[in-house]
Design a protein around this ligand. Structure first.
Ligand SMILES: Cc1cc2nc3c(=O)[nH]c(=O)nc-3n(C[C@H](O)[C@H](O)[C@H](O)COP(=O)(O)OP(=O)(O)OC[C@H]3O[C@@H](n4cnc5c(N)ncnc54)[C@H](O)[C@@H]3O)c2cc1C
Length: 446
């Protein structure tokens, strides 16, 4: 079922019924629980025309390097195979996405796309809508509840978003129906060869200063990890996710970021396998409430990726403390090389640089220390975001902006004042050792 709230007309009109339907894949790089794909397939069937898909790969995407491109291409490799099983061909075109899609749309009678929540994708959709001469429809598929259905403004925090979201959640937490029968376009140029992602990354000549991470991307891996998570880890998730020395978290964030996995698939699978313990609620709180709070922030705050996007109280208190003496002061280069006095911080940073993933339990600590050791809150903010987006496989996500913002007071409340932090929440190393064996973690990574 595709709820009406997911569908937004970006260029109105009635498709002519000649030519084909084009699916522009941007954010939902998968075949399972993909509302945009099913909408496009349904329209192709209704109009009696074939269906084809296109992905515009922009080698100059802001902050993306070889680590990110390899994961992206692994997803496109799986997408091409998954669509082929349904008879739908995929073209991967290299260039500015609106140009790639405009070219692919020659002869189409309707263009359908999914949606993300960040500025580049929004600008591409607007640019394409202004240039297309056929109807253009957007179908929201990467949020469990369409974000404008939940709220039409920036929410203060999870406590204000949660009740709004829960009021409508059940209506949206349903699988997407698949009706086979759409015909694939018979004569479709596939564009870029994505069968060997590592080879294609080298051929694209993208920034290769960060090598691929440890985990492989793509829908097949995403579903395998989800299965492992819901069958083995979910019963112990509530406590397991807090210990970086064990494999206890879902590790789904990069798959969710690249759209290789739908949050709907993950939520429904978790419900099906839940043993009735607290793990399910904790998981749904993180993956639906917290994740969609990040979407809300990026959708409604035009400065979501800048220090200026932080709440006024947080900026004020941090700036009042900008002159406080810093017992430790590190440059971005020293941080990047994990050359600090703090072995826990160095371990967390090294884990991220080497693997492409820092454990959830270390991320807040890692960010708070950059604030504590930075020359100014503005520089600390920029450095945190830069490092996060450079190395994390789930970086450059709405979660990246909201979570780094959280380090600096976003979606939080004022706390008792402290040097450097003012009223922004502080975190001490002793807090780590209370929750898990922090020394074992430090030994493992340094
Ligand atoms: C400084 C800092 C930077 C972060 N950077 C990112 C980032 O770049 N990308 C990213 O996806 N997450 C980021 N997070 C949020 C969180 O740490 C990761 O989502 C989580 O570690 C991913 O691991 P997991 O998939 O095992 O998550 P789990 O703990 O199993 O959670 C399940 C899912 O819920 C979502 N989620 C979990 N925690 C949060 C949160 N605090 N806010 C929003 N969604 C959440 C994620 O999609 C995650 O995959 C950051 C947090 C901090 C404090």
């Amino acid at each position: 079922m595709i709820q009406a709230e997911r569908v937004q007309v970006l260029r109105p009109g009635e498709p002519s019924g000649k030519g084909f339907v084009l699916l522009w894949v941007q954010s939902s790089v998968r075949t399972r629980d993909n509302h945009a794909l099913e909408y496009a397939a349904g329209e192709a069937r209704r109009l009696g025309v074939p269906l084809a898909a296109v992905f515009g790969l922009n080698p100059d995407y802001p902050e993306a390097n070889a680590r990110h491109f390899q994961y992206l291409l692994e997803g496109l490799r799986d997408l091409r195979a998954g669509l082929a099983r349904r008879g739908v061909p995929l073209r991967v075109g290299v260039g500015h996405p609106p140009d790639v899609v405009l070219d692919a749309a020659r002869g189409a009678c309707l263009v359908v796309t999914d949606r993300g929540y960040l500025r580049p994708g929004r600008q591409w959709r607007e640019a394409l809508a202004g240039r297309l001469e056929v109807p253009f429809v957007q179908v929201e598929s990467d949020a469990v509840v369409p974000i404008r259905t939940v709220s039409d403004k920036q929410e203060v925090g999870a406590r204000t978003l949660r009740p709004r979201l829960h009021r409508v959640l059940e209506r949206f937490l349903v699988p997407v129906d698949v009706e086979e029968g759409a015909q694939g376009h018979p004569d479709w140029d596939p564009g870029l060869d994505v069968s060997d992602p590592a080879l294609t990354v080298r051929a694209l000549g993208v920034d290769n200063s960060v090598p691929p991470g440890e985990e492989e991307g793509g829908e097949a891996r995403a579903l395998a990890r989800l299965d492992h998570f819901v069958t083995r880890l979910l019963p112990r998730y509530d406590s397991g996710r807090r210990d970086p020395n064990v494999d206890g978290g879902s590790r789904l964030s990069a798959y969710l970021h690249y759209g290789h996995l739908s949050p709907l698939t993950a939520a429904l699978a978790a419900r099906e396998h839940s043993d009735g313990g607290p793990g399910l609620d904790t998981f749904l709180e993180e993956m639906i409430v917290r994740r969609e709070l990040s979407f809300n922030y990026c959708e409604f705050n035009p400065a979501y990726d800048r220090y200026e996007g932080l709440p006024a109280w947080a900026r004020k208190t941090l700036e009042e403390r900008a002159g406080d003496p810093r017992p430790h002061l590190y440059t971005r280069e020293e941080l990047d090389a994990a050359q600090t006095h703090d072995r826990y911080w160095n371990a967390a940073h090294t884990e991220m640089v080497r693997t492409g993933r820092m454990h959830n339990a270390m991320r807040m600590y890692w960010g708070k220390k950059i604030l504590e050791w930075g020359p100014s809150p503005q520089e600390a903010y920029d450095t945190t975001l830069w490092l996060n987006n450079r190395y994390q496989l789930d970086g450059r996500d709405a979660n990246s902006y909201a979570s780094v913002g959280w380090v600096f007071g976003l979606h939080d409340r004022p706390w008792a004042p402290r040097p450097i932090f003012g009223n922004v929440r502080y975190l001490a190393a002793s807090g780590l050792s209370r929750k898990f064996d922090a020394d074992a973690y430090a030994r493992r990574w340094t």
